[in-house]
Design a protein around this ligand. Structure first.
Ligand code: GLC
Ligand code: MG
Length: 557
């Protein structure tokens, strides 16, 4: 028996933008609960809910001020309990988000650290250092923030003098915790217990590769990102940077796994958000005594070219199998341009951090959607687990015309507007084509404006409509379950040429094949096979460009 999490499909809910129950323009927990039937009907196994904890919302809730409290904008603890109860009634697992690398600067620990001054035990839970140069006016080292600008900020000491610096790999309001400190370790075990006791089925672990820093915080200059192609991964290994993928993180995850295992069966799980390469390092997070899942971000980052995709899929599968794990596929989340926009860019162009009216590249929406549908048809055929991001099942593009004044991602400010950031993929969902806020909530209000093209893509416009992206996802998820695709044996089908991806899948009931055509001319499906689903219609019986299909293979005579 394959454990549930090795073949599960989980649906990411971004609470701010899923459904608003009270009309304040911000999604909330009662909104999620009211729409869980939709998620069940989609055919997934569970949800991962992005942070809903008390937060000043400088990074949309990834800046947590209290890990055990629900932010009032999202509801109450009772609302969280109700969400869990309803999800479980519907047979859905619930993963919550854990943000262990940093707290909000409004967290009681950081406030205490500021008040207590240099050398205090309160400061030891974070990374406080004296500055360099005359009067300590220069940061302790050259580390940069992922969101732009320096990775250090200077504080004003309680006596009013310019003082020490603290490390923040993300926003200024997200001070990094010092994971060498036993209190930090104990506190997070306790936070895990708190949510496990409330009944959650697991955790998605935010920037899981960042918790431990190289001893002494050695200086480091960011290297420019090199591309990932079939010719080979030219990017320097992540762990060469002293703030990423340090060996010490694994001991932490082993202790968490032991705690989760103590809750018995069915397993409660951990899923790593670890942007780590090469996969020989990434796979260490899913060794048998560590996490259960880790997002295959290499797959998400691979250009829309058959040879590149085949290579990445094969490489990920091989590496993970060597530690007894299955891959966790993903195409989209709240940090990246939506698939239907991203795949509409020229293949091989670097993944942009946001797209807007003045971007140098503009996606071709028709092409992007066509490829996104083919990509989902490919992904959901791959054995292992998979994550969907709310709205990808509707084929939503990014909001490409967001006005500058409404942008909220700290990336936009910290890069001094060089990068647009992630707001475009975080726009409130359209539920009803002809309703205020497109059915997102009971009022006109939405915390980010919705683009006009979302009306035609609303859930009520797609439900039951043959050929809609929503019906494509439902069909794929039904077939995936029926045939046990998530735990099928996969073999590459040869003879299709370089521009086609083709696999045979031996699952619970017969043999299937998935064929994806990235070439210019139509492709013949396997002889004698029966078509089960195609991402777009066949043309003259052949699979056209940028289309994927699942077929039932004819029994061998
Ligand atoms: C992760 C989250 C992202 C957040 C960052 C800092 O990458 O997915 O949204 O900004 O961590 O917490
Ligand atoms: Mg609300």
């Amino acid at each position: 028996m394959t454990p549930w999490w090795q073949e599960a499909v989980l649906y990411q809910i971004y609470p701010r933008s899923f459904a608003d129950s009270d009309g304040d323009g911000m999604g909330d927990l009662p909104g999620i609960t009211s729409r869980l039937d939709y998620v069940r009907d989609l055919g997934v196994d569970g949800i991962w809910v992005s942070p809903f904890y008390l937060s000043p919302m400088n990074d949309a809730g990834y800046d947590v001020a209290d890990y055990r409290r629900v932010d009032p904008v999202f509801g109450s603890t009772a609302d969280a309990d109700a969400l869990l109860r309803r999800a479980h009634e519907l047979g859905l697992k619930v993963l919550v988000d854990l943000v262990p690398n940093h707290t909000s600067s409004e967290h009681a620990w950081f406030q205490a650290a500021l008040a207590a001054g240099p050398g205090s035990p309160e400061r030891a839970r974070y990374h406080f250092r004296d500055g360099q140069g005359r009067g300590g006016a220069q940061p302790p080292n050259r580390w940069r923030s992922v969101f732009g600008g320096p990775g250090w900020t200077r504080v004003v000491e309680p006596d009013g003098t310019p003082g020490q610096w603290y490390l923040h790999l993300f926003d200024v309001t997200q001070p990094d915790l010092n994971w060498e400190h036993p209190q930090v370790r104990a506190e997070f075990l306790d936070i895990l217990r708190y949510w496990l006791d409330r009944g959650v089925d697991g955790f998605r672990v935010d920037v899981a590769h960042a918790l431990v820093k190289a001893p002494g915080l050695p200086d480091y200059d960011d290297a420019p990102e090199a591309p990932l192609t079939a010719a080979g991964d030219e990017r320097p290994p992540t762990h060469l940077a002293p703030m990423w993928d340090q060996d010490g993180v694994h001991e932490i995850y082993r202790s968490w796994r032991a705690l989760l295992d103590s809750y018995g069966e069915p397993a409660r799980i951990l899923c790593a958000e670890a942007w780590v390469h090469p996969v020989e390092r990434a796979m260490l997070y899913v060794r048998p005594d560590e996490m259960h899942q880790s997002f295959a971000f290499d797959f998400l980052d691979t250009p829309w070219r058959a040879a590149d995709l085949r290579e990445v899929i094969a490489h990920d599968r091989r590496a993970l199998a060597s530690v007894g794990a299955a891959p966790t596929w993903v195409l989209s989340n709240h940090d990246v341009v939506r698939t239907a926009s991203r795949l509409g860019l020229p293949a091989g162009s670097p993944r942009p951090n946001g797209l807007g009216p003045r971007s140098s590249v503009r996606p071709d929406p028709g092409l992007g959607l066509r490829r996104a549908r083919a990509a989902a048809t490919l992904m959901l055929a791959l054995p292992g687990a998979a994550y969907l991001y709310q709205g990808e099942e509707l084929g939503l593009p990014d909001h490409l015309e967001l006005p500058d004044e409404v942008r909220q991602d700290p990336v936009w400010v910290r890069t001094e507007h060089r990068e647009l950031g992630r707001d475009g993929c975080r726009v409130p969902l359209p539920w009803v084509g002809d309703a205020p806020s497109l059915g997102f909530g009971p009022s006109e209000r939405t915390w980010l404006p919705q683009p006009p093209e979302y009306a035609a893509l609303a859930v009520d416009q797609q439900v039951g409509r043959p050929g809609s992206t929503l019906e494509l996802y439902r069909r794929l998820l039904t077939l995936r379950r029926e045939h046990g695709v998530g735990s099928a044996a996969l073999t590459e089908l040869t003879g299709y040429g370089d521009e086609v991806i083709a696999y045979r899948l031996d699952g619970r009931s017969g043999a299937l094949a998935v064929v994806v055509n990235l070439g210019a001319s139509g492709v013949e499906l396997p002889g004698g096979s029966t078509l089960l689903v195609a991402s777009d219609p066949l043309v003259a019986g052949r699979l056209p460009t940028d289309t994927a299909a699942w077929v039932l293979l004819a029994e061998a005579p």
